[in-house]
Design a protein around this ligand. Structure first.
Ligand SMILES: N[C@@H](CCC(=O)N[C@@H](CS)C(=O)NCC(=O)O)C(=O)O
Length: 215
């Protein structure tokens, strides 16, 4: 019997925390949430009590500690196969893993320039060619996946891939990075989920101000 405790950072800013949280909540998997904010200039020293990497998210299940958002999603998918967190078909699953891995290891220009910040008023941000290239590649991924699956999520039903791209949808909205109707359709589907709404409602109420994430 799983006994899951998810350590997360600030809901307003912690894009990596949002990934496992939205998957757990959307799939109605019970877990305890432990929010430890990072409003200190050099991180929060309290992270050392639960996080080997000094980063969030971290999942505890009894004596097991899993750090890193994608590793946590993999563990949840293993524990709850009935939740369908990966597509059933082997080839489709390979593609879902590829787009998830591409997100996890890439898009550094977008991530550096456009931090997740749900409280920030929606406003166009002029961006450089590096960010434009990331935006174009992400739009291509979304378009191909949604065309092939028919939506509403990247691989039909909500999967790990959607959890991985949820913070990107937030960044695209905040900084008005795309007018592509595919993006708007996908964003509408994700933001309409009760899990998204719950996270966002809590994010915008948070008191913390993280200067490096306010651009
Ligand atoms: N690769 C890690 C990255 C985690 C990460 O960078 N987390 C940020 C929050 S979004 C963090 O803990 N920052 C606090 C710090 O660096 O002090 C993952 O996917 O979980």
């Amino acid at each position: 019997m799983a006994d899951l405790e998810l350590f997360i950072g600030n809901k307003n800013y912690s894009s990596w925390s949002f990934r496992p949280w939205i998957a757990l909540r959307h799939k109605d998997i019970p877990f305890r949430e432990n929010l430890v904010p990072f409003d200190f200039e050099n991180g929060n020293p309290a992270f050392k009590d639960f996080s080997p990497s000094m980063k969030v998210p971290v999942l505890k299940d009894g004596d097991l500690t899993v750090w890193d958002s994608l590793a946590i999603l993999e563990y949840i998918a293993d524990l709850f196969p009935e939740a369908g967190l990966w597509p059933e078909d082997t080839k489709v699953r390979a593609k879902a893993r590829a787009v998830s891995a591409e997100m996890h290891s890439g898009f550094t220009a977008l991530r550096g320039t456009c931090p997740m910040n749900m409280k920030r008023p929606l406003e166009v941000l002029p961006v450089d060619d590096g960010v434009k290239a990331d935006v174009a590649r992400i739009a291509q991924i979304w378009s191909e996946c949604l065309d092939a699956s028919g939506g509403p999520f990247l691989f039909g039903d909500f999967s790990v891939a959607d959890a991985m791209y949820a913070p990107v949808v937030s960044r695209f909205r905040t900084y008005c990075l795309s007018n592509d109707p595919v993006f708007h359709r996908y964003a509408d589907a994700l933001t309409a989920t009760p899990a998204w709404k719950e996270w966002e409602a809590e994010a915008v109420k948070e008191p913390w101000h993280v200067a490096v994430d306010e651009i």
